[in-house]
Every structure is written in C-alpha cells, then in structure tokens.
Write a protein that binds this ligand. Structure first.
Ligand SMILES: [Zn+2]
Length: 195
C-alpha cells in the first residue's frame, strides 16, 4: 500500500518521528555474573588506529552509562585497556585518561571509600584501597608513562585495574559489606541470561 506522500495527498496525522537506527558503534557493558568479567585482559601489543577507536568508543560508553571508569573486559574485550574520567562529565575532557598495560609500582596508605561499578547496577559498597599510588602504563601511541595518583583518582585506577585481572570490587568487600549486598548480588545472578 502506498502512503499518503506517494499518493500526493496531505497526511492528516502528524508522522511519528523515525526511530534512529541502532548505532553499530555503541557498546554494551556486560553485567555480573557474565563470565567474561572473570577473564581479565591480555597485554596490549598493537598500538594502532583500531586501539584508538576502541578507546574512544569505551569513553563514550562510560559517559553514556554515567560511569567514571571502564575496563575493556567490561565490554567483552580481553585487553589490558582502561579509560577513565574522574568527573564523569563529557564536557570536561581534560580529565580523560586511557591506560594500556597499567601496573602499580608504588603504593601507600589504606582507606575505605564507596564504590559502584557499571557491571553491578544498583550496588554500592565500601572498599578498602591504597590512598597514594604510582603507576606505569603505555599511552595510545605505545609510549611508556608514569604517574602518581591519590584519593578518588587512585581509587578509580585500582578499581579498573582489578577488572584487567578478572577481579571485581565485590571480591574486596569486608564480610559485613558482603552480607549487606548479598541480596542484590543474588538478584543480578537470577536476572542473568547466558547468551
Ligand atoms: Zn567496575
């Protein structure tokens, strides 16, 4: 059947605005207990345009989901790659960091602080982390870098670095905190449908 335009008639109803096509570049964040979250990432050896694209897509997915950090295994990519922005604000690009093959070389002091995780929707818990850290990593060009971080930034880095080893923040909870989030974890386990 022809529609109104093709018949040369004027439509009397407002046309619904067309649905945007699904964005093929849009990434899905895997949710606990997806098994890929336990696999961690392999060392990045190819510093090419594909890696830059992956990093940019992950940064956008992180903003989209309202996060401050995202590790490659969370989007099903088993690489030692993480992106972060402590502000979580796409208008504040200066806070963006992409870390390849990061590792902690120095650490000092311990403190508890609240964390959430895009792979654990609806769960917040107190986690003990190092307060001051020094890390080495490679940038997107493959150049070796080192940086110091403290407080919130250090916490984000440690949380995301754990993902690269297949460790998730609920693994690090005290017995009391584990008990407190147990029901929500079970809910996520019940909702999970293996694909
Ligand atoms: Zn996380």
């Amino acid at each position: 059947m022809l529609d109104a335009d093709e018949r040369g008639e004027e439509s009397t109803f407002p046309r619904p605005s067309p649905q945007p096509p699904p964005d093929p570049n849009r990434m899905e964040v895997l949710v606990y207990p997806h098994p890929v979250l336990r696999r961690g990432g392999k060392v990045v050896t190819q510093f090419d345009a594909d890696l830059q694209k992956l990093s940019a897509q992950m940064m956008e997915a992180m903003y989209e989901e309202g996060g401050v950090g995202l590790a490659a295994p969370q989007v099903g990519v088993e690489l030692k790659l993480l992106v972060l922005n402590p502000s979580g604000d796409p208008k504040e690009r200066s806070g963006e960091l992409t870390l390849l093959n990061p590792r902690i070389t120095r650490k000092k002091g311990r403190e508890f602080g609240e964390e959430g995780c895009l792979s654990f929707p609806g769960i917040q818990a107190e986690v003990e982390r190092w307060i001051d850290i020094t890390i080495t990593y490679q940038d997107l060009a493959g150049a070796e870098q080192a940086m110091k971080a403290e407080g919130w930034l250090a916490r984000i880095i440690q949380h995301e670095l754990d993902h690269l080893d297949g460790v998730v923040f609920v693994d690090r909870l005290t017995a009391g905190e584990k008990l407190r989030v147990k029901t929500k974890l079970l809910e996520l386990e019940e909702q999970f449908r293996p694909v």
